[in-house]
Design a protein around this ligand. Sequence first.
Ligand SMILES: C[S@@+](CC[C@H](N)C(=O)[O-])C[C@H]1O[C@@H](n2cnc3c(N)ncnc32)[C@H](O)[C@@H]1O
Length: 363
Amino acid sequence: MASNNTASLPKSFSMNGGNGSYSYSNNSTVQRIASMTAEAMIEEVIGDSLDIEKFSTPLNTLRIADLGCSVGPNTYIAMQYIIGAIEKKCISKGLSRSQLPDFQVFFNDQPTNDFNTLFTFIPPEKQYFVAAVPGSFHGQLFPKFSIYIVYSSFAFHWLSEVPKEVLIKHSPAWNKGRIFYNSASKEVAEAYASQFAKDIDSILKARAKEIIRGGMMISLLIAVPDGYDNSKIGVGLLYDALGSSLLDMAHEGLINADLVDTFNVPMYVTCPKEMERLIKNNDCFSIERLKLLEYESDVDGPLDTRKHVIHIRAALECMITAHFGNEIIDELFDRLDQKATVYRHLDASYRKGHLLFLALKRQ
Ligand SMILES: C[S@@+](CC[C@H](N)C(=O)[O-])C[C@H]1O[C@@H](n2cnc3c(N)ncnc32)[C@H](O)[C@@H]1O
């Protein structure tokens, strides 16, 4: 029986590295499709709001950072959108191609991220300098006023830690027998929301130090519409099935039941109003865009639940291994695969993905 620890999850975890069947690099098309829906908005907001006049002239090097870039190749697509949009803006302001700045891109993720695999995807035709910056985006990663654009996609929904209250026995927010807040009590959902608020505050405070005045932060976050019913969060259904698979394994004596009670997925799905309020608490940024986008994945026909299960595995395997040990992984995901088949004919309202497009400008 695996019984690695009874404490909460490690603070740092990352997506599956390499390029095998369960790697993030081979299982991140949903994020890629969603990011592609934002291309036109990235170009538009950089055209409208990035203050290139405020940058020093001549501008030698323009620094961009992708926070939570993972193992690629999605990050390279996004960096190309951003650099293309800045070049277009510079040229529209009268700069010639030879006057364009050099671009330097910092790829940030947790120190455990597989940066080696990330760099095997570097596009050969790229026209920028690259560097890896390991560390948590909840803290400062760069020198003061050194970055022009911060980008981040599908990353700020990861919490810095599981909210403490959900792990405390007999606390009203104790999340016994569940691993997420979507089908839990309101106290559990509130504990998650309050952890998210603290994390966004630290993210904004750190970026306020790093981004030059007139520079921007553009991010894409997993989100739901305002007033949405938590129980309809699509990924939550899979987390329920994952929690139920873990409980089955505990009942069969394959894992320690206490470990299930101390396992919670440190992720939060925000909505536009909540995000707006959190940004306004920090007065260093103006909101240039805050728009909920809808993207479609498997809307017609039966849902490819296996694809979604592998996706969850690519994201959570490291975390589950650290908590329960790696000997349960194949069995756990086989069970999840079986349970998830009931969602093949899921109602269309659960299937639509939502994405919050956020563009902030450093004041
Ligand atoms: C779902 S992946 C998104 C990757 C990529 N941005 C994309 O759109 O495909 C989320 C990434 O955020 C990283 N991450 C989570 N928390 C982080 C933190 N506190 N600091 C830096 N990276 C973090 C994870 O390690 C993971 O690689």
